[in-house]
Design a protein around this ligand. Structure first.
Ligand code: FES
Ligand code: FES
Length: 167
């Protein structure tokens, strides 16, 4: 089928088998390998992408369902060399260890902060309940999301470290 959607703000037009998984389309056809496959059956959240701003497990989504939608993958979070505040906060709080869960956690966190700019810990836990992490114990992830929310509240959408990373 002819598939048209936007991915990370850019229009995509391609021929694809609409019955393939969105996860495979993104990774294998578009080369966006930041989206990870863990369980492959909707249980771990490693494959989380945002579709029209909502978190979706790309391993359970037919590619055809991307038609006309706006897709965000982890590759679309940073602006050039400037990290997204959530990415910066995850690094600062040590919320990244093996990193396999991180793309999905970042995207679920972004969806939450877009909806609830200053979430409580239970709200964060609820929003991230579909994203499993075997390494961090979640405390650092919670702190990272709170840190990003604080930073956004101060209007500091980018970080100096992120900006300097491009030099
Ligand atoms: S790989 Fe999709 S939920 Fe685990
Ligand atoms: S950092 Fe390893 S699974 Fe989360």
């Amino acid at each position: 089928m002819q598939l048209e959607f936007t991915c990370n703000g850019r229009p995509v037009r391609m021929q694809a088998d609409g019955s393939m998984r969105a996860l495979d389309l993104l990774r294998d056809l578009l080369g966006l390998t930041g989206t990870k496959e863990g369980c492959g059956r909707g249980e771990c959240g490693a494959c989380t992408i945002l579709v029209d701003g909502s978190p979706v497990n790309a391993c359970l989504l037919y590619a055809a369902k991307l038609q006309g939608r706006a897709v965000l993958t982890v590759e679309g979070l940073a602006k050039g060399e400037v990290l997204h505040p959530l990415q910066e906060a995850f690094l600062e709080e040590g919320a990244v260890q093996c990193g396999y869960c991180t793309p999905g956690l970042l995207l679920s966190s972004k969806a939450l902060l877009d909806r609830v700019p200053h979430p409580t810990d239970p709200e964060i836990e609820q929003a991230l309940s579909g994203n499993l992490c075997r390494c961090t114990g979640y405390a650092k992830i919670l702190k990272a999301v709170q840190r990003a929310a604080d930073r956004a509240g101060r209007g500091d959408g980018t970080s100096r470290r992120g900006r300097e990373a491009g030099r």
